[in-house]
Design a protein around this ligand. Structure first.
Ligand code: ITT
Length: 220
């Protein structure tokens, strides 16, 4: 047997790489995909296992295009099947914005993590200060992509509707969760438990749809 070195990928490698640097997404996805990963006997690993792989520029014009860009780049760089998502908040009265620009809506490139999330939602609430309750409809959107090393690709979308509050509420989740009042509920998305959010969220729906593709393409 030739020595392929410690990082060589073999046909028995059962790792599936999640192409995100967002720690909250890794936690949510490990939970959402737990059953299917056990079924197809794949181990989910994050980008921390591949520190040498550079971030891809998310210059697509849609959630689906960006999810595919991220998954394609990671599958090509690692030789492993890759999952990625692109997600964001789509506000009706803003014609779907912030949309694919949700993560950088405030323009505060100097901030990261919760400080950046807070700047983004503060700006959005300020922009919508004069908008009446009946016009505050919004929803999270998620495009989830699976790309195999041979280029085979699948994308699925999920939506999670609600209305925007006037101030943040709740400590769970991340991003805009504290300002999305969940449709048919009195709580914001940040007041749901992780399991409750996963059951109805855009990311839960998109990745549960993609689970069928994982079984079909990567099942034993
Ligand atoms: P990766 O690209 O590394 O996956 P990211 O945080 O940049 O991480 P996105 O490009 O998908 O992720 O941007 C998503 C932004 O949309 C995120 O920063 C939040 O502001 C918002 N968002 C997405 N899903 C959300 C959720 O479930 N709850 C709250 N906000 C969410």
């Amino acid at each position: 047997m030739p020595d392929d070195g410690p990082d060589a990928v073999t046909s028995t490698d059962r790792r599936l790489v999640l192409a995100t640097r967002n720690a909250h997404k890794v936690v949510e996805l490990a939970e959402i995909l737990a059953d299917v990963l056990a079924q197809v006997r794949l181990e989910l690993v994050g980008m921390d296992v591949f520190p040498e792989v550079a971030d891809v520029v998310e210059d697509g014009a849609s959630f689906a295009a960006n999810a595919l860009l991220k998954a394609r780049a990671v599958a090509a760089a690692t030789g492993l099947p890759a999952l990625a998502d692109d997600s964001g908040l789509s506000v009706d009265i803003l014609g779907g914005s912030p949309g694919i620009f949700s993560a950088r809506w405030s323009g505060r490139a100097d901030l990261t993590g919760t400080a950046k999330d807070r700047a983004n939602l503060d700006l959005l609430l300020a922009q919508l200060a004069d908008v009446r309750d009946e016009h505050r409809g919004a929803g999270f959107v998620c495009a989830a992509a699976l790309v195999l090393p041979d280029g085979t690709a699948r994308v699925r979308e999920g939506h999670f509707r609600g209305t925007l509050t006037r101030s943040p509420r709740g400590d769970n989740g991340f991003g805009y969760d504290p300002i999305l009042l969940v449709e048919g509920d009195t709580r914001t998305s940040a007041e749901l438990s992780p399991a409750e959010k996963n059951a109805i969220s855009h990311r839960g729906k998109a990745f549960r749809a993609l689970a069928g593709d994982l079984r079909e393409l990567l099942g034993p």
